[in-house]
Structures are given as structure tokens and as C-alpha cells.
Design a protein around this ligand. Structure first.
Ligand code: NAD
Ligand code: AKB
Length: 317
């Protein structure tokens, strides 16, 4: 029987992934943890604990006491916030993952780790269109440097100690359950909330900034498929490229205006523009498709329609 620990469960991905895992493995077998209290649905549906992943002693006790067999480690400082406090972000992002990889090496029951990487591992010298699985990786953000170093550590622990660690380079994720925080792709979530709440949005990226994105349901399915794939199919233990949809703010605005023609948008690029400019515009996910059958169900039109419907219903509109 699997007993799963989700770290960073109150965040944008964790709040949805935890519920999806509880559906598969049973509510009582999926332990949600975070530095802060999470959404009600998460607390009411299964075990929820406040736990700091940096507290390695408490972490090891928790894993042993609850006989944890898999960890999804989602706690991190994202790209925009990391640029404000680079050394703190480096420390949190690196030390937390090393605590967990080391735990997996030592604790016999702990069989599998999921750790997310990002398109931020790529940099300005990477081919920007259909960025391949293996290519030049010279990130210029502290977040990207921490993700690239993290990928190298994952592969190292797999090669040296046989740790079964699996990873995906998520693009920008778009979802309606929990608002995004601290990232560069967050504009593509914020715009839906502001469109519904105020009918207007000031975008912090230029209108022609193309970035790789994905709807959360596709990302959750990919994550669970990768974690459930037979070991022989998972041939990469650094991280897999994930191909979703690519669009610019202007293209997203045009799609939203098909439903809300009155939406007013202005553009005021800030420090996150330089981060976005250093990232790829689209990703080649053929290796993930070939190895473990990655699939994408949501295109821009389907995602936009669903985001607006769900956020409107959240605000009773
Ligand atoms: P998020 O910021 O929404 O959630 C992270 C959660 O971690 C928060 O709830 C936070 O309270 C918690 N946390 C922070 N420090 C902690 C600590 N010391 N101990 C325990 N919990 C702590 O982030 P997210 O968007 O859900 O991203 C999750 C992971 O996926 C991160 O590693 C991120 O880099 C990666 N990722 C996310 C995206 C995206 O678009 N959301 C894209 C690429 C990669
Ligand atoms: C961010 O913008 O920092 C994240 C990411 C793509 O890693 N959404």
C-alpha cells in the first residue's frame, strides 16, 4: 500500500495534486504538508500537517512514523520571488531537495520521489523554439540555476544510490483552484481573476512575449502518469521536457475577449520581462510522449473557456 507525503501541498500545484492522489490512493494515505494552513477542501479530506521541509529532523521522524513510501516535493521559491532574495531562494530550493534525496537514500520504505523542475533550466543561449530534451542549458535566473543544479542532483542520486527520483520540467501552469504566486508565468492566471473581478488587467509582460504553458489538469495527469510508469520506461532521471501550449499575452487576451469583449488590458513590463525573455517560447516534448505516453488535452480555447466558467462561478458571476 502506498503512503504518500506531499510537501508544499497548499500551493498552486499541491492543492490540486493532493486531491488527485487522494482519489487514487485513498484519503488517509495521502499526507498533505506545508508551512501554512491549506484550503479547506484539503484539510477536510485527509491528513494535513504544518511542516517545514527545511527541518530535516522533523521530516525524517514524519516519514518514518507515517511509513511514507513516496514523496512529492513541491515547496520552492519561484522565479520572480527568487530574484528578490537570491541566496535565500538558492538555500531553500537546494537544501530542501537534498534533505529529501538523502532521506530516500537512507529510509528503506521510501521508494519514489517526485521533484519538479521547470522551463527555467533553459537560458538565452538555448534554441527558443521547440526546445529539445537535450540542449544548451545556461539559465540566467537564480531559480533556473537552482532547478538545473537540482536536475543534476536527481540524476546523481539515481546513478550513485539507485534513488527512484522522477521529474518534469513544468511550463507555466494555469489553474483556477489556487492562485499562482511569485512566478513569471503568473500573468496567465492573474488575468482570468482580474477579468472576472474587475474587467481590467495590467500585464507585467510585453504583449508579444511567447511562453510555454499548460492547463493544470494536463500537468496533474502527466505527473501521476510519470510516477506510475513502470521503472523501465523512465529512462531519464534528471527531468523530462513537457510540451503543452504556447501563446503570448496578446493571444490570450484575444481568446478571453471572445467571451468578454469588454476586457481592458494595459501592458507595463517589470523585472519579470527579462526572466521571460531568457526562457524558451515552445518545448519539444517528444521524449516524454515516447517514454511514458505524455498527452495534452487542453488547447488555448478549451482552457480559456473552462478558466472563465470556473472563476465566474467562484465569484457568483
Ligand atoms: P507555490 O508557490 O504555489 O507553492 C509552493 C508551496 O510550498 C507553498 O504553499 C508554500 O507555502 C510551500 N512552502 C514554501 N516553503 C516551504 C517550506 N520550507 N516547507 C514547507 N512548505 C513550504 O508553487 P507551485 O506553483 O505549486 O509550484 C510547486 C513546484 O513546482 C515548485 O518546485 C515550482 O518550482 C515548480 N513549478 C511550478 C510551475 C508553475 O507554473 N506553477 C512551473 C514550473 C515548476
Ligand atoms: C515561474 O514562472 O516561476 C514558474 C515556472 C515556469 O517555473 N511558473
Amino acid at each position: 500500500m502506498e503512503r504518500i507525503l506531499v510537501i508544499g501541498a497548499a500551493g498552486q500545484i499541491g492543492s490540486e495534486l493532493t486531491l488527485a492522489l487522494r482519489k487514487i490512493y485513498g484519503n488517509d494515505n495521502v499526507f498533505a504538508t506545508d508551512l501554512r494552513m491549506g484550503p479547506k477542501e484539503l484539510i477536510d479530506s485527509g491528513p494535513y500537517y504544518v511542516l517545514d521541509v527545511m527541518d530535516d529532523k522533523r521530516l525524517i521522524h514524519f516519514v518514518i512514523r507515517h511509513r511514507i513510501t513516496q514523496i512529492y516535493h513541491l515547496a520552492a521559491v519561484l522565479s520572480g520571488n527568487a530574484e528578490k532574495l537570491p541566496l535565500q531562494a538558492w538555500h531553500i530550493n537546494m537544501q530542501s531537495m537534498l534533505n529529501i534525496l538523502d532521506l530516500a537514500k537512507e529510509v528503506e520504505d521510501l521508494k519514489k520521489i517526485f521533484w519538479p523542475s521547470s522551463i527555467a533550466v533553459f537560458g538565452p543561449s538555448t534554441p527558443p523554439y521547440q526546445t529539445p530534451q537535450n540542449t544548451v542549458m545556461e539559465p540566467t535566473t537564480v531559480y533556473g540555476i537552482s532547478k538545473l543544479a537540482g536536475e543534476r542532483w536527481c540524476e546523481y542520486y539515481n546513478l550513485k544510490f539507485g534513488v527512484d527520483v522522477r521529474s518534469i520540467r513544468y511550463p507555466g501552469l494555469i489553474s483556477y483552484k489556487t492562485e499562482a504566486g511569485g512566478g513569471t508565468t503568473d500573468y496567465a492566471v492573474e488575468i482570468f481573476y482580474e477579468a472576472v473581478r474587475n474587467g481590467a488587467y495590467e500585464c507585467f509582460l510585453r504583449e508579444d512575449t511567447e511562453l510555454p504553458m499548460m492547463f493544470m489538469d494536463d500537468a496533474i495527469s502527466a505527473t501521476i502518469n510519470l510516477m506510475e510508469a513502470p521503472a523501465e520506461k523512465v529512462k531519464i532521471h534528471s527531468s523530462y521536457n513537457l510540451e503543452g501550449i504556447s501563446f503570448t499575452p496578446a493571444q490570450l487576451v484575444a481568446e478571453i475577449r471572445k467571451h468578454m469583449p469588454e476586457l481592458a488590458v494595459t501592458y507595463k513590463p517589470d523585472f519579470r520581462q527579462a526572466i521571460a525573455d531568457s526562457w524558451p517560447k515552445s518545448i519539444d516534448g517528444s521524449v516524454a510522449r515516447e517514454h511514458w505516453g505524455m498527452e495534452v488535452k487542453y488547447d488555448l480555447a478549451r482552457m480559456t473557456e473552462l478558466m472563465l466558467r470556473e472563476i465566474k462561478s467562484k465569484y457568483g458571476k
